[in-house]
Design a protein around this ligand. Structure first.
Ligand code: ZN
Length: 308
């Protein structure tokens, strides 16, 4: 079985201004590096469908959906949601494709059509709160897919692994009262979105780390904190919030990971997934703003997913 890449041209039509780091060029950089590294043809490329409204409603209030759907501006204009998040004429469509990719990939993995999947999508999702979009994010693609796996596909336990440099506050909020989901993450602290750290529980191991931390710090905390929690929880499927902005070349984040660290992280998740979850993994792009480092890191991540 193969690894699938889910994407759609609509995800490149959403943009928030030429100055904005969360740009369509990110997906082009990923596509280019998959070709340059000679792995493009070894992967299965699938078009992301539009999410159903019922998929989004599993994680977001009517009000949160309305903020995106009802404010789409005319071509060439922007509608501001917060200081660094805005809509253009294509944003609603792109947001539905992003969430639709995550849900479709979840179905395809559970149905055994593919081994696992990487969703090359934008807008990203892990800051999107149940009640409002924020921080470059419209809808929480990973939380929507996780709830689909639980509530529609009947899985009993799912884990979410978030290695973006920023705290996945939207995902944490979405799953606070969900005993069927475990979230593990690290994130630079103090840093955007400045949510105060909350204590670890059996279902939530979100570890703040100081700026400047490199791969050795992250690998140690994965071994000490993530892996025991994952082995205790025994997830039936794993979702990855795959942000690559903790890379040392990424100027938005202030950490020092390199491609080899992303490969190592992915291998740890693969090992847990093969032990408890029949290898089921759906990984969704979050951050990552240095175009070269982003493309190279996604190649390192996907190579491990695809066992290439
Ligand atoms: Zn980020």
């Amino acid at each position: 079985m193969s690894t699938a890449i889910y994407s759609h041209p609509d995800c490149q039509r959403h943009e928030m201004g030429d100055w904005h780091p969360e740009s369509p060029a990110r997906l082009q950089a990923i596509a280019d590096q998959l070709i340059n590294s000679h792995i493009h043809d070894l992967l299965e490329h699938r078009e992301a469908p539009l999410a159903q409204l019922s998929d989004i409603e599993r994680n977001h209030s009517r009000n949160a959906i309305g903020i995106v759907r009802d404010n789409v501006p005319a071509a060439g204009e922007y509608y501001p949601i917060d200081g660094d998040t805005s809509l253009n004429a294509h944003s609603w469509q792109a947001a539905l494709r992003a969430a639709g990719a995550a849900v479709a990939a979840t179905d395809a993995v559970i149905d055994g059509e593919i081994a696992n999947a990487f969703c090359a999508i934008r807008p990203p999702g892990h800051h999107a709160r149940p009640g409002e979009p924020m921080g470059f994010c419209m809808f929480n693609n990973v939380a929507i897919a996780a709830k689909h796996a639980l509530d529609v596909r009947g899985l009993k336990r799912v884990a979410i692994v978030d290695f973006d440099v920023h705290h996945g506050n939207g995902t944490e909020e979405a799953l606070l009262d969900e005993p069927r989901a475990l979230m593990v993450s690290f994130y630079q602290h103090p840093f955007y979105p400045y949510t105060p750290p909350i204590p670890d529980t059996p279902n939530r191991v979100n570890v703040p780390v100081p700026g400047g931390s490199k791969g050795d710090v992250v690998r140690q905390l994965v071994a000490d904190k993530w892996l025991p929690a994952l082995h205790a929880f025994k997830p039936e499927m794993i979702f990855i919030s795959a942000g690559f902005d903790a890379h040392r070349e990424d100027d938005i984040g202030g950490m020092g990971l390199v491609e080899a660290d992303y490969a190592w992280l992915t291998a740890q998740v693969m090992a847990v997934a093969s032990q408890y979850a029949q290898g089921r993994i759906v990984s969704c792009l979050e951050g990552g703003y240095n175009l070269s480092a982003l493309g190279r890191s996604v190649v390192a991540h996907v190579k491990v997913l695809a066992e290439l």
